[in-house]
Design a protein around this ligand. Structure first.
Ligand SMILES: [Zn+2]
Ligand SMILES: [Zn+2]
Length: 237
């Protein structure tokens, strides 16, 4: 039988495994381990998209962290993750969120690496996007000079920029129109939805595969955090 002591040790072990990677490499903002308890909490990076996401189940609460509990199931160590929000200092509540796979409030993993992957998956599951209802026209993009599908930006009907250039601008902290410097309102999309959107636009894009690889694998977005998404793309290409 696993004793509580074993679970506490296991939690401490997982804690240091995650701490090194998540704090140092991915800039998660806080880790909090309780004394002699087989669980701990992590907090997502302050500027991560996940903190701004609104879950359909509870629109009033924003996810800011994850609780990780170490439990023994039939004497086998497992790790339970749940999404949380701070509603008071040191008081967290669990958020159910089916779009992130947390319909029942928690997920169960059996390896430390899987827990790490889950932390990164949740933190990086959204991408910042231009509004999805921009009017589309055909013409020459004023930035890259390519004749293609253009998006009409809300600042002026003649401020039309292609999707690729728009996406590049949206990725920047300062998301402004290159013609008039008006701020473009942005939204957050699930990365799965973005992949879906590109598939739907396939007939509008001559070099679909090149576009796909080019855009998502260009240096500016090519980093470890995109691994999850790129794996998904490879499955589709
Ligand atoms: Zn362009
Ligand atoms: Zn403009």
């Amino acid at each position: 039988m696993k004793q509580i002591f074993d679970l506490v040790l296991e939690a401490a072990d997982l804690y240091s495994f995650l701490l090194n990677v998540l704090m140092d490499v991915y800039k998660f903002s806080d880790f909090d381990i309780a004394d002699e308890e087989p669980f701990f909490a992590i907090e997502f990076a302050q500027n991560s998209c996940i903190r701004q996401y609104v879950c359909a189940e509870d629109p009033s609460m924003k996810i800011d962290g994850m609780n990780i509990n170490v439990v023994a199931e039939k004497d086998v160590i497992t790790y339970k993750t749940s999404l949380t929000t701070n509603i008071a200092p040191n008081y967290k509540v669990t958020i159910r969120c089916s779009s992130l796979g947390y319909k029942d409030g928690c997920k169960v993993f059996t390896s430390k690496q899987d827990v790490l992957d889950e932390c990164l998956r949740v933190e990086n599951i959204f991408v910042k996007s231009a509004p999805t209802d921009l009017v589309k026209t055909k013409g020459e993009c004023c930035i890259c000079n390519i004749e293609t599908t253009l998006l009409e930006w809300p600042c002026h009907h003649s401020h039309t920029i292609c999707e690729q250039c728009t996406n590049k601008i949206v990725k920047q902290t300062n998301c402004v129109c290159p013609l008039c410097r008006s701020v473009l309102p942005t939204t957050f999309l699930l990365k799965e939805d973005v992949a879906e959107k590109v598939v739907l636009d396939e007939d509008e894009c001559q070099d679909y595969d090149d576009y796909y690889i080019d855009y998502y694998c260009q240096d500016s977005c090519l980093d470890d955090e995109e691994d999850f998404f790129r794996k998904q793309l490879k499955l589709k290409i």
